[in-house]
Write a protein that binds this ligand. Structure first.
Ligand code: DGL
Length: 270
């Protein structure tokens, strides 16, 4: 791959939630420019078919590659599970594609051999079985138990976190018997970092809460360093694109990116 270190990093998600991943990248790579694409016209991806998510992902990759992105980070777990292999093939040598699942799987295989680990995510992510398949290949005897937790995304988007209602929903899901005796819990969705402290409290700090946004950002940094692709000029110019604009999308950027950002509308299909 002949990529230019000065070029931006593309990050995409079904909506605004992937800003948690963009924010984690911003923290570890402060000199990189980020172009974020939130496919707000087609969210949620978590309830869509793999074929639909693949079609949206290809369209978004075209936009990001057209803007010169050296790397495209699939911030969305649902899109990572449905479209990573396809996007990698499609991008070829034009851009490096990074997903949020492989860095987590590598982390688990290094730290959780012979242990039991839980996973929560959307229906799309959990039903794909992709974590399980990837872990089985590495053969580290990690027992993975997973549960789709579809109420959590709308709950967080409506601002219900760190309160009694969210505590009850979290308890309902995580009280499932399958999670008994887990050592770690993978937060397999863009939105879940916002409830990680509440989940930690639910488990009385006895379970490691594994945030894929941080693990992916560190993986990206390592990749850029190894490939000589780190941007050494300190001119950061971020852009935040969405396929559909509403004031409430813009307002919720503050929840996920910790500061409000200006969204630009970029239609995917005319
Ligand atoms: N971004 C999605 C994910 O990480 C959650 C929201 C959705 O279903 O689109 O799986």
């Amino acid at each position: 791959m002949n990529l230019n270190p000065r070029n931006p990093i593309g990050v995409f998600d079904s909506g605004i939630g992937g800003l948690t991943v963009a924010h984690a990248i911003r923290e570890v790579l402060p000199h990189e420019s980020i172009i974020y694409f939130g496919d707000t016209a087609h969210l949620p991806y978590g309830d869509k078919s793999a074929a639909a998510v693949q079609a949206y992902s290809i369209k978004i990759a075209d936009v990001l590659m057209g803007m010169g992105c050296k790397v495209i980070v699939i911030a969305c777990n649902s899109a990572s599970s449905a479209a990573y292999e396809l996007l990698k093939e499609y991008a070829g040598k034009r851009a490096k594609i990074i997903n949020v699942i492989d860095p987590m799987v590598a982390y688990l295989s290094e730290n959780y051999a012979h242990k039991k680990v839980g996973l929560i995510g959307t229906k799309r992510t959990v039903s794909s079985n992709v974590y399980l398949e990837k872990l089985e290949i590495l053969n580290k005897e990690i027992e993975l138990v997973s549960l789709a937790t579809p109420l959590l995304v709308p709950m967080i988007e409506e601002g219900f976190f760190n309160n009694r209602i969210s505590a009850e929903i979290i308890e309902k899901y995580l009280g499932d018997n399958i999670f008994r005796d887990i050592s770690g819990l993978v937060l397999g969705c863009t939105h879940y970092p916002l409830i990680s402290k509440q989940i930690q409290r639910y488990f009385s700090d006895k379970v490691d809460i594994l945030d894929s946004s941080e693990i992916t950002a560190n993986h990206l940094k390592k990749y850029l360093l190894n490939e000589g692709l780190i941007n050494d000029i300190e001119v950061v110019k971020d852009q935040f694109l969405v396929s559909d604009y509403t004031d409430s999308f813009e307002a919720s950027t503050k929840i996920f990116f910790k500061e409000k950002v200006k969204l630009e509308k970029h239609i995917l299909w005319e």
